[in-house]
Design a protein around this ligand. Structure first.
Ligand SMILES: Cc1cc2nc3c(=O)[nH]c(=O)nc-3n(C[C@H](O)[C@H](O)[C@H](O)COP(=O)(O)O)c2cc1C
Length: 356
């Protein structure tokens, strides 16, 4: 058996998968239907629970378990300390956003994400086989609780140094996120997100050499070629986000889904304009304008997210992709409008064909 086949076989056996393809956790874009389809096809389902209240996390877990006996993971962001507020600057951001959506009231900035500790308890109550992290590392007491329950911890990282830190903190699997990835970059130090732009081809071998743990590759993988390349570079499995977003089970806004089909790699960009943290989006009119030199710099996370809520929901209502939070990885155009189970089967078949 080739070393690649042996590595992926071991990974699949350990995590009850038939195929080494993982749905990426995607906050706001991971309805149970998508995880059920992926898990039933032998891959790993996933929930980005960042914006979900404990009862919503519980309901997600119940619905997925009703639809599949397959494996799934729940994911949280590790929170930063509360941001420094600057009312005068927020007023400039609000005025700017008023040109793109409804007027934004000063108190809109005060909305905060759900309580992290309560979300952690909700994760434990669901008891998935895997819990994952992004933007940092879980605190030791939570890691101990995961281990006591036999829940594996997948830690998303975007540098070799972060991979080493995750291994030292007790992670079971490293998820190496290349800068091609759609959505937020997982840099532990949010200020470094635009400087530490490591592509997956450089990141994977560096991380595989830096740690002993199995490594999952993510960022810009959306077909059999990408999966085969990731496995060749030392990954044990491939995680796909944007590539699943055009599947009917993803229930993405049709305007966003249609725009992905025509998004070339160079048509995406990193922007802090939606949330205050850097994320890869289609280079829409709003994303470009928010990054222009004459625009006010975005407020810190989560203030910017709260300030843009009205614009984002108006854009969804009106189907206006120009100001939608249209996250997209650099391989967006490879995403196909096909059932998720067929996508998993096609990509794995193609990857195996290439690896011989
Ligand atoms: C719409 C969207 C939402 C995302 N939300 C999360 C999240 O909540 N947690 C997380 O760890 N990663 C999140 N990500 C990043 C993905 O987990 C993954 O790193 C990325 O999708 C991989 O790149 P790809 O989109 O090119 O496949 C998100 C990505 C997208 C596209």
């Amino acid at each position: 058996m080739s070393p690649i086949t042996e590595r992926t076989r071991q990974f699949c056996a350990r995590f009850n998968l038939r195929v080494p393809i993982l749905l990426a956790p995607m906050a706001g874009a991971c309805p149970p239907s998508l995880s059920v389809a992926v898990a039933n096809a032998g891959g790993l389902g996933a929930c980005g629970a960042l914006l979900m209240k404990p009862e919503e996390i519980a309901a997600w877990g119940n619905e997925v378990r009703t639809g599949t006996n397959g494996a799934f993971q729940l994911n949280l962001w590790i929170p930063d300390p509360p941001p420094r507020r600057d009312p005068a600057h927020e007023a400039r951001v609000r005025a700017f956003l008023g040109q793109w959506g409804p007027p934004v009231a000063p108190e809109a900035a005060d909305a905060t994400p759900p309580d992290f500790a309560a979300q952690c308890e909700a994760l434990l109550a669901v008891g998935p086989p895997i819990v994952s992290s992004i933007m940092g590392l879980y605190p030791p007491d939570f890691v101990a609780k995961l281990k006591a329950r036999g829940i594996a911890w997948f830690a998303n990282i975007s540098t070799a140094a972060e991979a080493r830190a995750a291994e030292a903190a007790g992670a079971d699997v490293i998820v190496a996120q290349g800068m091609e990835a759609g959505g937020h970059r997982g840099c532990f130090d949010e200020a470094e997100a635009e400087r530490e732009l490591v592509g997956l081809f450089a990141l994977l071998p560096a991380v595989v050499d830096a740690v002993k743990l199995p490594v999952v590759a993510t960022g810009g993988i959306a077909d059999g070629r990408g999966v085969a390349a990731a496995l060749m570079l030392g990954a044990s499995a491939a995680q796909i986000g944007t590539g699943f977003l055009r599947c009917p089970e993803a229930k993405l806004h049709p305007a966003h889904a249609a725009a992905l089909a025509t998004t070339a790699p160079e048509d995406t960009m990193l922007s802090r304009g939606f949330s205050g943290r850097a994320g890869r989006t289609i280079a829409t009119a709003y994303a470009r304008a928010a990054s222009a030199p004459d625009a006010p710099r975005p407020a810190p996370y989560p203030v910017q997210r709260a300030l843009t809520a009205a614009m984002r929901s108006a854009a969804l209502k009106e189907g206006d992709v120009r100001r939608m939070q249209a996250w997209a990885g650099q391989s967006a155009a490879l995403a196909r409008d096909e059932p998720a189970a067929e996508l998993v089967a096609r990509i794995w078949r193609d990857a195996q064909g290439l690896m011989g």
